[in-house]
Design a protein around this ligand. Structure first.
Ligand code: BV8
Length: 233
């Protein structure tokens, strides 16, 4: 484990699980209740925007009332106290990192933001978003959630890749390692010579690529891991 240096952290749905937000691929997760092809692709939105809005409106409502847990708070403390570069990248579209005071790069977008499919203007989403909503910039009725769907390019990839090429430690927290390009970040970090650690309840699809594994619920493992890091900073 590196003693000093730049850190990149990638979080997934598992860090929000203990805050009551469903993950995707755990038992009765979101993808057990909904088909990706019907709610999380541009084609799904073109075919039936109301159904896609219903899916995200329900998740936005849940996320509005969710509170960050000890894992989110520990990452905020690390971000505040770590003396070197630290980039917190999240695949999550909830705002629990922000609610706990962290700055996070949302590579898959954000539930609380709306995007105009016509002019790409972004604005704070109302609790319920629909195609009736007009874009504040161009007036078109093409409001969609500001979410990166399957087949769409994730956001901030340049910044993320350059941080991975310059990091000494890469940590993945609460992600199944099944969605690319995020699942490939550990390989980028390894080729940069970084140490790699995975914090998860159980093995993920990328566990083989990590040098270290810390198993347990994020609300317990992340504060302990942050404490050890800060004691060595
Ligand atoms: C793209 C927004 C191309 C929606 C999401 C190779 C390279 C590149 C692409 C591909 C490729 N192979 C296949 C692809 C296509 C595709 C893909 O990866 N498909 C997979 C399914 C095979 N990728 C894409 O389409 C990406 N785009 O490639 O664009 C392109 C190129 C040029 C120009 C234009 C386009 C876009 C992917 C983004 C899709 N959007 N989210 C939404 O949120 O509704 S992905 C979705 O999965 C979520 O964002 C989620 O975050 C993400 C990953 O899931 P996880 O976060 O890992 O959640 P999961 O439930 O799976 O796992 C939870 C984990 O937590 C488990 O491990 C569990 O054990 C753990 N856990 C549970 N509880 C706890 C816990 N851990 C700790 N404590 C606990 N308490």
């Amino acid at each position: 484990m590196t003693k000093t240096g730049n850190i990149v952290i990638l979080t997934g749905a598992g860090i929000s699980a203990e805050s009551g937000l469903s993950t995707f691929r755990d038992e009765n997760g979101l993808w057990a209740q909904h088909r990706i092809e019907e709610v999380a692709t541009p084609e799904a939105f073109a075919r039936n925007p109301a159904r896609v809005h219903r899916f995200y409106n329900a998740r936005r409502k849940q996320a509005l009332h969710a509170m960050p847990n000890a894992a989110h708070h520990a990452l905020t403390e690390l971000q505040q106290k770590w003396p070197y570069d630290l980039l917190l990248v999240t695949q999550n579209v909830d705002d629990l990192h922000e609610k706990s005071g962290s700055r996070a790069v949302h590579m898959h977008g954000a539930l609380m933001r709306a995007l105009c499919a016509a002019c790409a203007h972004r604005w704070d989403s109302p609790a319920d978003l629909s195609v009736e909503d007009t874009c504040p910039a161009c007036g078109a009725h093409t409001a969609r959630p500001d979410i990166v769907w399957f087949g769409e390019m994730p956001y901030h990839m340049q910044d993320i890749l350059s941080a991975l090429q310059n990091c000494d430690l890469f940590a993945a927290i609460g992600t199944s390692g099944q969605v690319y390009p995020a699942a490939g970040f550990v390989q980028e970090a390894l080729s940069a010579g970084a140490a790699t650690v995975e914090l998860n309840l159980k093995d993920s699809d990328m566990s083989y690529a990590f040098q270290d594994q810390i198993t347990g619920p994020a609300s317990e493992t992340v504060p302990q891991w942050v404490g050890r890091l800060l004691s060595q900073a």
